[in-house]
Design a binder for this molecule. Sequence first.
Ligand SMILES: [Zn+2]
Length: 236
Amino acid sequence: MANNLRRIWDTDPASKPTPRQFSDDFVGRFRSGRLVGKLPESLNAWRVTTGDPVVAEEIARLMGGAAEEWDTDKEDNLEILTDAPSVEIVIESSDKIDASMKLFGSTGIIHHCDGVEHLSPEDEKGEPCGCPELLQDRKDKARSGRGPKPSIDVVFKLAAAPELGRFRFNSGSWELVKVLHEVISAVDDYDGPVRATLAIENVSYTTKGGRDVSYNKPVIKVLGAYEVTVPMADAA
Ligand SMILES: [Zn+2]
């Protein structure tokens, strides 16, 4: 069959679609929550999403659960509600941990900072961003939709199956923010990749006023150097 449209971009090459790009170089995402209807639900075990059936099978084998389709317009259309609250991971370096503060509006990101200075857009970079100094004030402002929330990205491989490729975990947890500098410095204690656990932990207590508080938080704990016995499959 002749492709009679092959010259359609000759006059407008800028509009020619590029080959489908997979979002970065990770094969799936670890998530500590999901939406039930419109309500966010936090989970007690990892939920993994991927577009790759082979990865999905392996996750189910290693962490429990079964691969199922879920309602998304993204490419990671398979989800596994695993039984595992904790998983051993490999973090290649502290460059694989990225954190900033972000506020999204209807047109995209409208405030992007490190808590003190703007990180983007380029012409505002380095200028004071006007966020409150105190953590509680930042939280209050974020909760009311007027201030940015943490956005922490961790890219890692599974210690049990590094050949699967890289996964990503994005968190908006203030609890993780509080200890992130310790995690990064623990990773930096080693020259090469480290073994760590990525866990969902439950925190429960009763306040002085008698109110029961219970929430989940993600915890990253560095265990030590990752001993490479066979060469790690590199970014393919
Ligand atoms: Zn700010």
